[in-house]
Ligand binder design. Structure first.
Ligand code: CA
Length: 660
C-alpha cells in the first residue's frame, strides 16, 4: 500500500470510529460542586453519564473567566514552518527535532518507539508532540476537520500505545518506552500545550463528550505524573513547575488544581533562589538556559497576573527576574546574540526582541529593557559599560552599547551542572558586528556512543580559548577572581583556576585604552607536561603565520583582527582542528591554533597574547615585547609592551588577601 492510500485508510478509520469511549473516571477527578458544573453534577447523579459528559463539553466550550495569557483566539497566526509541521503530521511525518530534518515518517500504524538515530533528544522530543499546536492553529484558521481528526487520532493512538506502566519489568521495551514517553520534562511540555490544543479544537463538531472525558483523564494523569516525579534540579525542574502552575490555573475544575498550584509556586519561589545567583546568573552557566529560565519565571508570573493570583509570587521573585535580565543584556552583544558557552545555541534577533518586549511589560520602568525592546527608539542604555557578575563568573569588557562596540565576555566561574563545559578562562570577542572568537557550541546533547563522541569533541577544553596541560580537559572548574578593575583607561581582570591536580592557570586580561587586549597566561605548579593556550577563530579567510606566532583575519569589510603571541619559554605555534556549531547537528570548519611549550620543572610557564582590532591588513600593528623583562611575579605584573612604537604599561599588584 503506498503512503497516500495509507493515509486515506487511516483517516477513514478515524471517521468510522467514534474517536473515544467515555471515561467515567473523569467525574471523580472533578469538583462537581464547582459553580457552573451544577448540570454536570445533576446528570451524573442521575446516572446519565453520557449526558453529563455532554454538559461538561458545553461547560468548557462556554467557560469564561480563565485567561490564557499566551493565546489570543482573535489573533491566531500560523507560520510557514508550523503549517509544514501540521501538513506533514497528516501523513505521520512528525516534527521531533530541528537537528533531524526532514522529519521522519513514523508509519501508517504509528510506531512511537521508532528511533532512527540513537540521540536521546530525538526520541524524547517526539513525545513533546510539537506538531499538535500547529494542527490546532491550522484547524482554528481553516475549520478543516482533517486537522481535528488527525489530532484526535494521534492523541488517542499515543495514549493507547504509551501506557504509564510504572511496574514494567526493568530492561523491558515497555520500561524503556516509559523513560522516554513519560520523562517529566516531556510530560510538562505536553501539559502546557494540551491547554492550547483544547482551545483551538474544542469547537469542532467532531469533538465529542466522550473524547473530552479521555482528554481530561489523560491531562490529569500528566499533572499527577509531574507532581510526584519532579526532576531533581536545573531548568527541567523549573519547566515542570511552571507548566504545572499553568495546569492548576487553567483547570480549577480539577479537585487537585489548588494542590498543583501550591506545589508549583513553592518550587518556583524556592528554585528562583537556589538556581539563580545573587548577581542574576542562572547556575547552569549556559546563557541559553539562562534565557529559558527568565521566560519560565515570567510566564508563571504572567499566568498569575492574568488570573488574579499575583500574590503567588513575592517581590523577591520578581526582582530576581529583573537581575537575570540585567545579567543577560550585559553578557550579550549589540546584535542581541550572546556567547555559546556550554550547550547554548544561537537565537535570532527577532526572537530576542520579542522576549524584551514581553519583559518590558513586567518592568516598564527599566530603561535598558525598553531600549532593547524598541531597538534603541525608547529607553536608555546603562551609565556603565564593563561589568562583572562575580557569582556566576562572567565578566564583560565593553567600550559601547552600540553596534560599533568592542565587547569581550569572559567565562571564569564556579563548578556547574550538566550543560556547563570545562572551559574556565575562555571568552568570546565581538567587534563592530563580528564575533571573532565564537565558542564551539555543543552540536549534540546525549545518546549512544557515536552521539557522545560528537558531543565530547565540542566539550573539550582544548577547543576553547584557554589553557590546557597535555590537551586534557580541566579536572577542576572553580575560578577565583583575583582582580577586577574598571573605570580606568586600561581595565583589568585577573582570574585563576586550579585547572589540574598541581597546576593553576592564572589569566590576566587587559583591555588597553578600551581598544585592544593583552592576555597574560601563567601556569603555576609542580605538574609537568605540554602546556598550551588555544584560540578558535571565526569562519572566514585567515592567515596564520606559525613562525611569527601571528594570526590575522582577512575580511574585505574593514573589520579585522590581528593576534600575536610572545613567551619567555620556547613555544611552538601549531594549527589544530577547528569547528563551530551554532545549532544542533550543524557545524562549520574554522581556523584554530595553539601555542605550546614543555613545562619541565616547578617554574611557571607564560604566554603573552595581544589581540588588536584593525580595519585591514595595512593597519596590522608592529608589536614588540621584551620577553626577558623582570616584571613577572606571583603577586602581580609590571610589563611594558610597545605597539607601533608607543609603549603601554601593564601592571597590577594583587591585594594582600588574594596572594598565593
Ligand atoms: Ca563551549
Amino acid at each position: 500500500m503506498n503512503r497516500t492510500l495509507g493515509i486515506i485508510f487511516a483517516l477513514l478509520l478515524a471517521f468510522s470510529a467514534t474517536g473515544a469511549e467515555l471515561d467515567r473516571n473523569v467525574f471523580s477527578l472533578l469538583d462537581l460542586n464547582r459553580k457552573g458544573l451544577e448540570k454536570v453534577k445533576a446528570l451524573y447523579q442521575e446516572g446519565k453519564e453520557t449526558e453529563a459528559a455532554g454538559a461538561l463539553l458545553n461547560y468548557f466550550r462556554e467557560r469564561k473567566g480563565i485567561i490564557h495569557p499566551d493565546v489570543n483566539l482573535e489573533k491566531v497566526s500560523l507560520t510557514k514552518t508550523e503549517q509544514k509541521w501540521a501538513d506533514e503530521a497528516l501523513a505521520h511525518k512528525f516534527f521531533a527535532h530541528k537537528g533531524y530534518q526532514p522529519s521522519y515518517w513514523y508509519g501508517d500504524d504509528i510506531n512511537w518507539a521508532y528511533w532512527p538515530v540513537k540521540d536521546n533528544e530525538l526520541r524524547w522530543q517526539l513525545h513533546r508532540h510539537k506538531w499538535f499546536v500547529p494542527l490546532g492553529k491550522a484547524y482554528w484558521l481553516t475549520k478543516d476537520e482533517k486537522y481535528f481528526l488527525a489530532w484526535q487520532e494521534q492523541y488517542l493512538d499515543w495514549i493507547s500505545k504509551n501506557p504509564l506502566a510504572t511496574d514494567a519489568p526493568k530492561g523491558s521495551a515497555e520500561e524503556e518506552n516509559v523513560r522516554f514517553a513519560w520523562r517529566p520534562l516531556e510530560v510538562s511540555h505536553r501539559l502546557q500545550e494540551q491547554i492550547e490544543q483544547l482551545l483551538y479544537f474544542i469547537g469542532s463538531d467532531n469533538f465529542t463528550p466522550e473524547f473530552l472525558t479521555s482528554f481530561l483523564v489523560n491531562y490529569h494523569r500528566h499533572a499527577d505524573r509531574i507532581i510526584h516525579n519532579y526532576s531533581e534540579k536545573g531548568n527541567h525542574l523549573l519547566f515542570e513547575a511552571q507548566r504545572l502552575y499553568y495546569a492548576g490555573t487553567f483547570f480549577p475544575e480539577f479537585k487537585e488544581s489548588e494542590t498543583w498550584k501550591k506545589s508549583a509556586v513553592e518550587v518556583l519561589n524556592r528554585e528562583s533562589q537556589a538556581q539563580v545567583f545573587d548577581d542574576g546568573v542562572q547556575y547552569e552557566l549556559d546563557l541559553h538556559y539562562h534565557v529559558a529560565s527568565i521566560n519560565i519565571f515570567s510566564k508563571a508570573l504572567r499566568m498569575a497576573a492574568a488570573n488574579h493570583s499575583t500574590a503567588d509570587f513575592p517581590a523577591e521573585y520578581i526582582s530576581r527576574i529583573n537581575r537575570m535580565i540585567t545579567a543577560l543584556y550585559n553578557l550579550s552583544f549589540p546584535d542581541y546574540t550572546r556567547p555559546l558557552f556550554g550547550d547554548a545555541k544561537k537565537s535570532g534577533k527577532a526572537e530576542m526582541i520579542g522576549n524584551y518586549q514581553e519583559w518590558a511589560k513586567i518592568f516598564p520602568e527599566e530603561k535598558m529593557i525598553a531600549w532593547l525592546a524598541s531597538e534603541g527608539k525608547k529607553g536608555a542604555t546603562p551609565a556603565y559599560l564593563s561589568h562583572a557578575f562575580p557569582d556566576g563568573g562572567f565578566f564583560t569588557f565593553r567600550n559601547s552599547w552600540n553596534s560599533d562596540a568592542t565587547v569581550m565576555v569572559v567565562k571564569a566561574g564556579p563548578p556547574a551542572y550538566w550543560h556547563n563545559q570545562p572551559d574556565n578562562g575562555t571568552f568570546e570577542l565581538w567587534i563592530n558586528g563580528r564575533n571573532f572568537f565564537p565558542d564551539a557550541g555543543s552540536y549534540v546533547y546525549a545518546g549512544d556512543e557515536e552521539v557522545m563522541k560528537l558531543r565530547n569533541w565540542f566539550r573539550q577544553t582544548a577547543v576553547h580559548n584557554t589553557l590546557t596541560l597535555d590537551r586534557r580537559d580541566l579536572v577542576q572548574t572553580n575560578s577565583q577572581t583575583l582582580l577586577w578593575k574598571t573605570g580606568t583607561d586600561t581595565e583589568i581582570l585577573v582570574t585563576e583556576n586550579r585547572s589540574y591536580e598541581n597546576l593553576s592557570h592564572r589569566r590576566s586580561l587587559f583591555f588597553v585604552d578600551k581598544k585592544f587586549f593583552v592576555i597574560v597566561d601563567e601556569a603555576f605548579g609542580t605538574d609537568q607536561g605540554n602546556v598550551a593556550i588555544h584560540y578558535q577563530l571565526c569562519e572566514g579567510k585567515m592567515k596564520l603565520n606559525l613562525k611569527e606566532h601571528t594570526a590575522a583575519t582577512r575580511f574585505n569589510d574593514g573589520n579585522n583582527l590581528f593576534l600575536k603571541s610572545f613567551s619567555p619559554d620556547p613555544v611552538v605555534m601549531a594549527e589544530q582542528e577547528g569547528w563551530v556549531s551554532y545549532e544542533y547537528r550543524q557545524r562549520a570548519p574554522r581556523k584554530a591554533f595553539s601555542f605550546s611549550t614543555e613545562k619541565r620543572g616547578d617554574q611557571p610557564v607564560r604566554f603573552i597574547t595581544v589581540i588588536y582590532p584593525v580595519k585591514n591588513r595595512s593597519e596590522e600593528p608592529r608589536i614588540e615585547f621584551n620577553v626577558n623583562q623582570q616584571g613577572f611575579s606571583s603577586n602581580g605584573l609590571n610589563l611594558d609592551i610597545s605597539v607601533n612604537g608607543r609603549s603601554y604599561r601593564l601592571a597590577y599588584q594583587l591585594p594582600e588577601s588574594s596572594k598565593k
